[in-house]
Design a protein around this ligand. Structure first.
Ligand SMILES: Cc1ncc(COP(=O)(O)O)c(C=O)c1O
Length: 353
């Protein structure tokens, strides 16, 4: 049967668990779908429905999924959008703060991005009182594992609140304990209006969730649904996953993540190709440059490195144009992190100079 029509006990239990960990005050409601993109579609629809506004702002470099609404906000690679337009009207993009690339202080980098919204978008393109939501990744994943300054999320919260705009945080990649806290947004002390989850939430079984305070998710039954979204098997996996995260794995992500980041930073001394190491917990990015002074992007070198690591038994994925992401399972031990660092070291040394 469909959880849309009748209750599964497990779905209600998962709703309670999510309410206990949600990064904003409750009472909460959760929508259950099968993937990250569905979680974001739900958040978009909810934002439009509850504010009665139509426009949405997202960020360059963002990845929010591949269904039409989420894809319209995705601004990572042209290939993901090419051939599918026109996409959802009323979407706007602003720069995401990248202190490594800007070369400016954290606050100046934040100011550039917030000013773009206020001085460009709100002056030339869209009235703030027509914007339903800003959707943001608290750490930009696919776009390069970019950790924004804390002031960015705080100023974004202040700006959205001032204009009655909802703040949606996409925690599909950064959530569920990966950064050492249940949600990456918690590092900034900001309360979002809607949080979306998928990927790690059910340890690989299909589940996507959008959670919001009940005052925002007040749409009547039938307004939005998915037949087997939040099926009992996926819900059982999520309940077990959350228990494990709370018991030990979130802490493990913090401890082993710090070890991995320190080890990757140590590799910078040997390998000038590594321009930047950044991350939180077990969400770690390494950016590669041909020259540390000019920060010329080492794109082909990055691609060669991904292959070289694969040949040696280490799975890493590209992120952005010239970075890789280390996003291991949260059960990783320090010893396993050391093996990964050794393979990375050897793979880097094997690249042609
Ligand atoms: C931040 C973020 N949001 C949304 C998605 C889409 O999730 P899914 O592939 O489950 O639709 C992804 C997937 O990579 C993601 O990283």
């Amino acid at each position: 049967m469909s959880g849309t029509d009748f209750y599964y006990e497990l779905q209600a239990r998962l709703g309670e668990e999510l309410s206990a960990i949600a990064p904003m005050p409750g009472p909460h409601r959760s929508f259950f779908g099968n993937s990250g993109t569905e979680a974001n579609e739900a958040a978009l629809k909810l934002a439009k429905y509850s504010t009665k506004r139509h426009d949405i702002i997202a960020f360059f470099g963002a990845f929010h999924g591949r269904t039409m609404g989420s894809l319209s906000l995705t601004a990572s690679k042209v290939r993901q959008r090419q051939g599918f337009g026109p996409l959802m009207p009323g979407t706007y993009h602003a720069p995401y703060p990248d202190t490594y690339r800007s070369g400016l202080s954290a606050d100046a980098t934040t100011a550039q991005c917030i000013d773009f919204i206020e001085q460009q978008l709100f002056v030339h393109l869209v009235a703030p009182d027509e914007v339903a939501a800003v959707m943001v990744e608290p750490i930009q994943g696919e776009g390069g594992y970019i950790v924004p300054p804390e002031s960015f999320l705080q100023r974004l919260r202040e700006l959205t609140r001032r204009h009655g705009i909802l703040l949606i945080v996409d925690e599909v990649q950064s959530g569920m304990g990966r950064t050492g806290k249940m949600f990456a947004i918690e590092h900034s002390g900001v309360d979002p209006d809607i949080v979306t989850m998928a990927k790690g939430i059910a340890s690989g079984l299909p589940l996507g969730v959008a959670t919001a305070p009940a005052s925002i998710m007040s749409w009547p039954p039938g307004t939005h649904a998915s037949t087997f979204g939040g099926n009992p098997v996926a819900c059982a996996a999520a309940v077990a996953t959350i228990a494990l995260l709370r018991e030990s794995l979130m802490k493990n992500a913090e401890v082993v993540g710090a070890h991995l980041i320190a080890g990757a930073r140590a590799l910078m001394e040997k390998h000038p190709l590594i321009g930047d190491v950044r991350g939180r917990g077990l969400m770690v990015g390494l950016e590669f440059v041909r020259d540390r002074r000019t920060k010329e992007r080492a794109t082909t070198e990055r691609d060669a490195l991904v292959k070289e690591c694969f040949r040696r038994g280490l799975l890493v994925l590209g992120a952005g144009r010239n970075a890789i992401r280390l996003s291991p399972p949260l059960v990783l031990t320090k010893e396993q992190a050391d093996i990964a660092l050794r393979i990375l070291d050897e793979a880097l040394a094997s690249l042609p100079r």
